[in-house]
Design a protein around this ligand. Structure first.
Ligand SMILES: Cc1cc2nc3c(=O)[nH]c(=O)nc-3n(C[C@H](O)[C@H](O)[C@H](O)COP(=O)(O)OP(=O)(O)OC[C@H]3O[C@@H](n4cnc5c(N)ncnc54)[C@H](O)[C@@H]3O)c2cc1C
Length: 474
């Protein structure tokens, strides 16, 4: 019998794969990764269709975390392209650089709008000087930073599309998602003529030559070559307990046979609330918390086009409510190797929840709706479309409804009770992360286990001091 510690990793997205890859470098561990899909990669996967390589929404690799880019460059080798970023915002028939530049706001907005934006910002700034109350919700947070006018025109409709009603959302979402310190910094920047702050907007980023999915593929390949066991296309049935600690897992393999495997540690990166289905003895209080915690879903609609690139930037945000989608992106602008010569692929992405009528539209209905909304943008003609279809994904965006924090903390309390489970990643830790942050979390979970730090306080401290400080950089 082996003396190795057996670590079970639930989920083969970037978080789970990074943890497995890091542990595979230490011969004291036997690592098993369990994934419900037949392929690895989760949200970072790519797929092939008629000679195109397509991602599930636009992905850039950019990081502010020390050491992460160096490590990723080692893993990716020559297949990692370094690109200059371009992103736009489309408003009132015009394209703007994003984040917004004051100079563009003054020249491209009608004069009365520019005055209105600056005046409403001034009103907020003065109010904030007198009133130091913490923002109650997403809306308060943004209005305090940018003023009501910019909020109404850009942030509110964008939040409605991506996250739901901004008045019902916790301000923490805005802290994580909107890294810009506000209009004050934009004005200061204009006066000092400094280039855009790298902690607010990435000037450049990395992207794998053949699609973002190369990152998880490489992580799998390297981990597998060092002995990590991958169980793909399996249904995890139960997490077994012994004396209050996790002691094993039962799962249905791809042939439908039920199997069990004992384990010493579990790195949990699948949707947080799914734990209620895996531990039959979970308390009623925890089950209620799991019912509250939810994610929003995403539809990505693809137009494969016989055309040169059609967008003015790699991706463009469309806040106005006349567009059901929030963003268009074009992968050929990331890497020309992702489409046959003379072709391009346009990705339309939007977020839904279960009750949203768009979620239940079939592809034909979606296409008609989108073509009507895309028509005024004059990006392509119907006869240039060689194929169009959607892909739909459940559990993409953590839903930061007011009250989520208390429920998430309750579920995380299992870490302190059990001492051998680690919630990690975008879905597992319910943390609105990008892939670099997931990579970091996966490494940290592995290092924590490696160092034998059974004190969950220190994992809790890591969360507080490191993971909760992650910010999304546009
Ligand atoms: C539209 C969009 C754009 C994005 N853009 C960027 C970007 O530009 N840059 C960037 O760095 N990041 C970006 N991200 C974020 C990035 O995709 C995620 O942070 C990252 O992929 C999350 O990795 P994860 O491993 O935590 O979760 P996931 O990738 O979701 O992995 C979880 C895995 O668990 C599996 N699973 C679920 N349930 C079970 C179960 N019961 N049993 C077994 N397996 C299960 C899933 O199939 C999945 O493979 C974007 C995300 C979206 C949605």
């Amino acid at each position: 019998m082996s003396n190795k510690k057996r670590v079970v990793v639930l989920g083969a997205g970037v978080t789970g794969l990074s943890a497995a890859y890091r542990l595979s470098q230490n011969s004291d561990f036997e690592v098993h990764v369990f994934e419900k899909e037949k392929e690895v990669g989760g949200l970072c996967r790519s797929f092939r269709e008629d000679g195109f390589i397509l991602d599930y929404g636009p992905h850039k690799f950019y990081t502010l975390i020390d050491g992460v880019l160096d490590e990723m460059c080692k893993i990716m080798g020559d297949d990692f392209l370094s690109l200059e970023k371009s992103q736009n915002l489309f408003l009132k028939g015009k394209y703007f650089d994003f984040p917004l530049k004051i100079s563009e706001m003054l020249t491209k907005f009608p004069p009365h709008k520019s005055v209105e934006i600056l005046a409403s910002f001034g009103v907020s700034a003065v109010k904030n000087l007198k009133d130091k109350t913490e923002p109650k919700n997403y809306e308060d947070f943004i209005v305090q930073k940018f003023g009501k006018s910019l909020y109404n025109q850009i942030f509110e409709p964008m939040a409605n599309k991506m996250f739901g009603n901004p008045r019902q959302l916790d301000p923490q979402l805005a802290r994580v998602r909107i890294s810009s310190p506000g209009l004050v910094s934009v004005i200061k920047q204009l006066l000092s003529r400094k280039s855009v702050d790298k902690t607010i907007s990435a000037p450049n980023f990395h992207y794998p030559k053949y699609g973002f999915g190369m990152i998880p593929e490489k992580l799998k390949e390297k981990s597998e070559s060092r002995g990590v066991n991958f169980h793909l296309g399996v249904k995890v049935k139960e997490l077994k307990l012994n004396n209050g600690m996790l002691s094993g897992i039962s799962f249905e393999d791809s042939s439908g046979a039920l199997q069990t495997l004992s384990c010493d540690e579990v790195i949990y990166t699948i949707p947080m609330q799914a734990i209620a289905d895996l531990i039959p003895s979970l308390s009623t209080e925890l089950r209620q918390a799991c019912r509250f915690v939810s994610f929003r879903h995403t539809i990505v609609y693809y137009y494969l086009l016989k055309s040169q690139p059609v967008l003015p930037a790699m991706w463009v945000f469309y806040p106005e409510s006349r567009f059901r989608f929030g963003r268009l992106s074009e992968m050929t602008k990331f890497s020309p190797y992702t489409a046959p010569l003379g072709h391009t692929a346009l990705m339309v992405d939007f977020t839904c929840d279960d009750l949203d009528p768009t979620w239940s539209m079939d592809d034909g209905e979606l296409n008609e709706m989108l073509l009507a909304q895309l028509k005024p943008l004059k990006l392509f003609n119907r006869d240039q479309v060689i194929k169009n279809f959607s892909r739909r994904f459940r559990n993409f965006y953590p839903s930061y409804k007011i009250g989520y924090q208390e429920r998430v903390d309750k579920i995380r309390s299992l870490e302190r009770e059990m001492h051998n489970i680690y919630f990690a990643g975008r879905l597992g830790d319910f943390n609105y992360n990008n892939s670099d942050q997931c990579f970091d979390m996966g490494y940290k979970a592995a290092e924590h286990i490696e160092q034998g730090k059974q004190s969950v306080e220190s994992w809790g401290e890591l969360r507080q001091n490191r993971f909760e400080k992650y910010r999304i950089v546009d």
